[in-house]
Design a protein around this ligand. Structure first.
Ligand SMILES: [Fe+2]
Ligand SMILES: [Fe+2]
Length: 366
């Protein structure tokens, strides 16, 4: 809309007085559809590993240094202070953490909630809420809001895992509290692998958990996840996501972590998913295999160890390029938040048979 010179000068005077003219701002505030600040983006494994190795040489974890983790900053979020709100998407922080043999990442707790996916390496252990878990590749672990957590590596190789927190969301709401445990590691309150053993039968529940609780199961073993997907893969794949499973809280059937959703999906050889978009955003980690995802017409090629961010309301489709190998994608999402506030919407891409034309190929930093 074109405003007269007189009106433009009036707008400037209003701004100086900390007032805003709604008639000139209404379409910025009430957008026709979401305009994501973060952009579709991909981080290569080589880039993350090289920088983490440098950090391993420069930093010792444990004495005054809490965590050795590199977080993904979405270029679209960079101008938000501080540190781009740690946003890979509008609501999700994602990082890769490296713990060297003998190190202890000290115990703390925060109101931001966290989940972890073990990428590689053997010998790490975590303590969450008084319970000790072994971290093995493919395992998914949760650290719900305000639960004490510390990690150590008792093996002889560096262990790497993905951390995902809802930090940008808690930054926006201004609700983050953090507290440090008086000792390096928290006291154990239950036997080792307590919750894993209580749920080792799978879809049966201890009678004491009939009343829902926030985190009756702390760790989801890779073998179970894999087995679940193998069962699912005996039938037709989902047209958008192949064979996908989400991690749930066995006491209430909702997401395992109440503010961050997480999924594992397998794209069979030559799978070519259809495009759709949704309000919830995702951060993907390529656990195994290679392929590409088209986001808003741009092709993002990925292979094992890469990460990519899918912002809100972005068209996307996943493709496994291999004729022989499966592709396995782990992902986190903010669907629990979107659903809690009634914001979630999904739309299928109808043109071109449901597949986006590729306009451009993304060139990642290496
Ligand atoms: Fe933490
Ligand atoms: Fe999707």
């Amino acid at each position: 809309m074109n405003f007269s010179k007189e009106l433009q000068q009036f707008h400037e005077r209003l701004e100086e007085q900390n007032l805003g003219p709604l008639w000139a701002s209404i379409h910025d505030l009430n957008t026709i559809e979401p305009k994501a600040k973060p952009i579709p983006y991909l981080w290569k494994r080589e880039l993350i590993e090289r920088n983490l190795e440098e950090a391993e040489h420069l930093l010792e974890v444990g004495n005054g240094l809490d965590r050795r983790a590199l977080f993904l900053i979405n270029p679209g979020m960079k101008d938000l202070k501080p540190v781009g709100w740690g946003g890979a998407t509008q609501t999700l922080y994602a990082a890769v953490q490296a713990v060297r043999p003998g190190e202890v990442a000290p115990a703390h707790r925060h109101t931001t909630t966290a989940v972890r996916f073990v990428m590689k390496g053997q010998g790490a252990y975590g303590r969450v809420n008084g319970e000790k878990f072994a971290f093995e590749p493919g395992d998914y672990l949760i650290t719900p809001t305000w639960t004490w957590h510390d990690h150590t590596n008792l093996g002889n190789e560096t262990v790497y895992w993905m951390d995902c927190l809802d930090s940008p969301f808690t930054m926006y709401l201004n609700v983050c509290f953090t507290e440090f445990y008086p000792e390096k590691q928290q006291k154990l309150l239950v036997p080792d692998d307590y919750s894993t053993k209580r749920y080792q039968g799978g879809m049966i529940r201890p009678i004491s958990d009939r009343e829902p609780s926030i985190a009756p199961l702390g760790r989801y073993k890779w073998d179970f996840t894999k087995k679940g997907i193998e069962g699912l893969s005996q039938f037709a794949p989902d047209p958008y996501d192949g064979f996908a499973m989400e991690y749930i809280n066995p006491s209430n059937g909702k997401d395992a972590n109440d503010r961050i959703g997480a999924r594992m999906q397998m794209l069979p050889p030559k799978f070519s998913g259809k495009a759709h978009r949704h309000v919830h955003s995702n951060v993907y980690h390529v656990y195994k295999g290679s392929g590409y995802t088209i986001m808003n017409g741009v092709r993002f090629d990925w292979s094992e160890g890469d990460f990519f961010a899918l912002p809100a309301w972005t068209w996307h489709e996943h493709v496994n390029v291999s004729a022989a190998d499966e592709a396995w994608l782990f992902s986190t999402n903010d669907l629990p938040i979107m659903e809690a506030f009634g914001f979630e919407r999904v739309e299928a891409y109808e043109e071109n048979g449901g597949y986006q034309p590729i306009k451009e190929i993304f060139q990642p930093l290496i």
